[in-house]
Ligand binder design. Structure first.
Ligand code: ZN
Length: 258
């Protein structure tokens, strides 16, 4: 049986000298593992589409439960990611996260598009703080897609939309305004400045193509990164080796003093 899916390569394992297994992220079937025969040969028609982060239309033949790549038509390659070690590490973390969290053989809504946007935003990020924002947007928006959407519409007690300090409770995904928050609360919480709350609202509620686009100071980006990492890792109940690597190599964000 032949099937055609748009997908992005999120994992690749070598088999012998010339071939490889590809993990292809698709909307229709989640993650598909497919064999790409001869893909490592330079003259193979699959060569360009079998690389990590290659976005292509894959024509696959399915025999019993196994997929083989017949042909692939490249749509976009995020090869610029490979020229910057921080960006490559971040892309690898995104790939590990979707591989772990996406069920096999189950339809996903807009996941390929989301992943492509995340790679594009990482690839084109100009500063370390901007890369932090891309990472935060990925973690928080992906949490929403997995069913863990925080309620950031307003204070969960009085409904207040804005306050100098808003308090975010990551365990329940709720926010309280400064008037309603019980300061003796013993659980985990973060104090959100208006710009951080505004960035988080953008990530959660904006259309997918705008979810990564928001203004944020460098200090805001550094704090947002802590919040979204905590939120995402707590929800997925694990850590990722690629994330540890990314954090280990990255340049510290220089905090602007305003
Ligand atoms: Zn309130």
């Amino acid at each position: 049986m032949l099937v055609t899916y748009d997908g992005i390569v999120v994992g690749r394992r070598e088999i012998g000298e010339n071939s490889c297994f590809l993990d292809i992220l698709t909307d229709e079937q989640g993650i598909i593992e497919a064999t790409a025969h001869g893909a490592k040969k330079l003259n193979s028609s699959l060569h360009g589409s079998a690389g990590l982060f290659s976005y292509a239309t894959f024509c696959l033949s399915k025999n019993r439960e196994r997929y083989t790549v017949n042909s692939a038509k490249p749509k976009r390659s995020f090869h610029e990611l490979g020229s910057d070690i921080e960006k490559l590490a971040l892309g690898s973390y995104f790939a590990q996260a979707v591989k772990f969290c996406t069920p096999q053989e189950q339809a996903q809504d807009s996941l390929v598009r989301f992943f492509a946007i995340a790679l594009y935003e990482a690839e084109t990020a100009q500063t370390s703080a901007r890369l932090s924002c891309v990472r935060s947007a990925f973690e928080l928006r992906f949490s929403c897609m997995l069913g863990y959407r925080p309620d950031l519409r307003g204070c969960c007690n009085c409904g207040g939309f804005e306050h100098e300090d808003m308090f975010f409770l990551p365990d329940s995904g709720e926010i309280f305004c400064g008037d309603c928050f019980d300061r003796s609360y013993g659980g985990r919480y973060y104090v959100l400045t208006p710009e951080i709350l505004s960035a988080m609202r953008n990530i959660v509620y904006a259309q997918l193509n705008r979810a990564f686009r928001f203004p944020l100071s460098d200090s805001g980006a550094a704090l947002l990164e802590k919040i979204t990492e905590n939120y995402f890792l707590t929800r997925t109940e694990r850590t990722f080796t690629a994330l540890e690597y990314f954090k280990g190599i990255r340049q510290p964000v220089i905090i602007d003093k305003k």
